[in-house]
Write a protein that binds this ligand. Structure first.
Ligand code: BG6
Length: 476
């Protein structure tokens, strides 16, 4: 039985804000990611709601400002991806390069020119670009002046931004993802909505769900526009997939896991694919005591802007316990430890079967092509004295997940492609570290802001090259 289909997309994925650097080049505006400190303090600030929009410049290092200097090194990096055999590559477009403050009416031509060059370079090597329109990055001005995504005006700003991209890259880019991990807003609203909020309070829930609603409307509107501009465009939803397991067969635990799936995956997934909120949403709004601003036009947009496919990131599963704790049983990275699984140094449990379980569940519910656009292993890599980097742990991780994907395909699930997170190393989104590395290509950049940005291929580079060349047959 053939494992991977003939035109399967193999590639790597990154985001603009974690790689490009050049944070003020060619008219780029300041993004919220440019004011994020490096190191674990970032995560603490997220979790304690203490992130400042005016950070103390003398106190912190801001790693996203230089990223891995992809802005100047894109040719070298893309040549390496071609050598690896990628037939696809996912990156995002920095909103702040195109609309520096987010609310301008005319785009910044110099910003567009940079992406013209990147996209043309990819196409030159027959690498299919997969473009995320907004990946954890937005103009700081949209947060300061408008309050982020809880403000309905952002829908229009985003639609204008997306439309410029669709017009510009018609005939060049086929695959588009409007928002990266739209459903992470339940746990880390700052990443996507532009503000911190506590979902367990009524006000926090309102801020999160209203911001999310605006993003869901924006997604549906740009899907409809994309289809009008170019009938070849394929626009996908993008969810963080974290299948929830019940802690035991106690029905209380089973319901907790089910509820968390209904909310974390179903809330956005249903709107994207079925054009309406799931039935459980009403109960959620009632229990939180909130009324959202949802217009008839919004509901109409949902129906007219259904996605062509669903894409997912997958890193881990989670375990949920007790229906009484449902209030909190829906947070990504919440839950209790799974005694059957080992974890990475960052505590992310390694669970290849979770990928198969999650994809099967999605396909059963939505019956729509699925695309794995992120999966990978964050680890500390050591450069040996002979210059080699022997990342066998990463090979093991990827091998097991690709194997699980083969099984998923044999289960009958339609999978479009598989992209690893971090073809090159980059700044970690959650903790702002360079030491949490994901790439096949090592980048000489460190948490103390030292390094030359030199690229070095790791052992996993040659391994993944073989995997792609054999269309997933050779995983040894
Ligand atoms: C995903 C994001 O959630 O996880 C990426 O889409 C991120 O932007 C990736 O980098 C891994 O998370 P981290 O915190 O290890 O960088």
């Amino acid at each position: 039985m053939s494992k991977f289909p003939k035109n399967f997309l193999w590639g790597g994925a990154v985001s603009a804000n974690q790689t490009e650097g050049a944070y003020k080049a060619d008219g780029k505006g300041i993004a919220y990611t440019d004011i994020l400190p490096g190191g674990k303090v970032r995560l603490e600030q997220y979790l304690n709601n203490t992130l400042s929009l005016e950070p103390d410049e003398s106190k912190y290092f801001f790693p996203n400002r230089d990223g891995i200097d992809f802005y100047h090194m894109y040719k070298e990096d893309i040549a390496l991806f071609a050598k690896l055999g990628f037939n696809s590559y996912r990156t995002s477009i920095a909103w702040t390069r195109i609309f520096p403050n987010g609310d301008e009416t005319e785009p910044n031509e110099l910003g567009l020119k940079f992406y013209d060059k990147v996209i043309d370079e990819l196409l030159r090597y027959n690498i299919e670009p997969v473009i995320t329109i907004s990946h954890f990055e937005m103009p700081l001005n949209l947060i300061k002046k408008y309050g982020g995504w809880k403000n309905r005006q952002l829908i229009d700003f985003f639609v204008r931004f997306a439309t410029v991209l669709f017009e510009r890259y018609k005939g060049k880019v086929k695959y588009w993802l409007p928002f990266n991990e739209i459903n992470i807003a339940f746990s880390f609203p700052i990443c996507t909505l532009g503000y911190t909020a506590d979902i367990s309070t009524s006000q926090g829930a309102k801020d999160i769900l209203q911001g999310l609603h605006h993003q869901l409307v924006a997604t549906a509107k740009v899907v409809a526009i994309a289809h009008k501009i170019d009938s070849q465009f394929r626009v996908g939803g993008m969810l963080i997939l974290e299948p929830a397991y019940a802690n035991s067969c106690n029905p209380q635990d089973v319901r907790a896991a089910q509820y968390s799936e209904q909310i974390i995956t179903g809330y956005c997934g249903d709107v994207h694919v079925m054009g309406k909120y799931p039935a459980i949403a009403k109960r959620l709004w009632q229990e939180k005591g909130i009324e959202l601003d949802i217009t008839l036009d919004d509901l109409d947009s949902f129906v007219k802007g259904k996605v062509d496919f669903l894409s997912i990131s997958y890193y881990k599963s989670r375990v949920e316990k007790s229906v009484d704790k449902c209030e909190n049983a829906w947070g990504i990275f919440s839950g209790v430890p799974n005694p059957y699984l080992k974890a990475s140094d960052w505590g992310w449990e390694i669970d290849p079967m979770g990928l198969r379980i999650g994809l099967n569940a999605l396909y059963d519910r939505y019956d729509i092509p699925l695309f794995v656009v992120e999966n990978g292993f964050g680890a500390v890599d050591k450069v040996e004295s002979d210059g080699t980097i022997n990342d066998d742990y990463r090979i093991d991780y990827l091998r097991q997940h690709i194997y699980a994907l083969q099984e998923t395909i044999k289960d009958g699930v339609a999978i479009m492609g598989y992209m690893t997170w971090g073809s090159t190393d980059m700044v970690s989104a959650g903790t702002g570290e360079f030491s949490k590395r994901y790439g096949f290509v090592y980048v000489d950049r460190h948490d103390d802001a030292t390094g030359t940005f030199e690229r070095k291929c790791k052992k996993s580079f040659e391994w993944f090259k073989k995997v792609i060349a054999s269309n997933g047959e050779d995983l040894e």
